[in-house]
Design a protein around this ligand. Structure first.
Ligand code: ZN
Length: 236
């Protein structure tokens, strides 16, 4: 029943905006780097939120990169049905853009062009001294703190705790949401601010929320699915 409504809305829309979180990537097999288990405790003595903060990065880049390489640099994963469907909608002129909290670059890999990466991307890395670009493999293969030929540290273009989000990215995301005729929010618990606050810019009456668990925005949505993203997207 709900699925039929969603199908109809998708068919009628030509300004779809998708706002996605970790849930879309976990369905590609990418583990959530914030998850802390026994194995984690053997390897790291600080909580993830502390290690991926700007001050920690400055204090102990070697430790930061050990964590980053192991937990945040998931290379070799493939986009799934949700990524591909969104890329298809963009090609068909039905989708204004994808806003994502993920840093894995899987939307682009699936063919999406208009992607607002709120937290940056592991695929972009720049020397802090000369600004030279380095790819993710460069960072992955480096034994310790990755350094450019010029000697500068190569820093991933990923937003760390204590750092602010990129203003242009936020502006683009807000504009897309304001112009959306259908907003699909998926795979996010909507608890990470300020990203979660973006949803408030939507003024329409077709907001769809897809998430395994309940979110604080369920009551705001016009359609709610507590299911896997892939199940929904393979049927629309
Ligand atoms: Zn350099």
């Amino acid at each position: 029943m709900n699925l039929e409504t969603l199908k109809q809305w998708v068919a009628e829309s030509n300004r779809i905006v998708f706002f996605g979180g970790a849930g879309i990537s976990t369905e590609s097999g990418i583990p959530d780097f914030r998850s802390v288990d026994g194995l984690y405790r053997q390897k790291f003595e600080y909580p993830p939120e502390q290690i991926i903060s700007h001050s920690f990065y400055q204090r102990d880049p070697s430790y930061f990169f050990r964590f980053y390489r192991e937990k945040m640099l998931p290379l070799g994963f493939k986009p799934n049905v949700t990524h591909f469907k969104l890329a298809q909608w963009e090609k068909e002129g039905k989708l204004l853009g994808v806003i994502t909290q993920n840093i894995d670059g899987l939307h682009q890999k699936a063919g999406s062009r208009k992607v607002y990466e709120l937290h940056g991307s592991v695929l972009r890395n720049y020397c802090v001294r000369c600004g030279k670009f380095h790819d993710a493999e460069f960072v992955k293969d480096h034994p310790d703190v990755p350094r450019c030929l010029c000697g500068g540290i190569v820093k991933p273009d990923v937003v760390l705790y204590e750092e602010s989000l990129d203003a242009n990215t936020i502006e683009g995301a807000v504009s897309a949401i304001e112009h959306a005729d259908l907003l699909i929010v998926a795979g996010t618990s909507l608890t990470v601010y300020p990203a979660a606050g973006l949803v408030n810019y939507y003024k329409g009456n077709r907001m769809v929320l897809i998430n395994r668990d309940e979110t604080p925005y369920d009551h705001r949505a016009d359609l709610v699915f507590h299911r896997n993203l892939g199940e929904i997207f393979s049927n629309i």
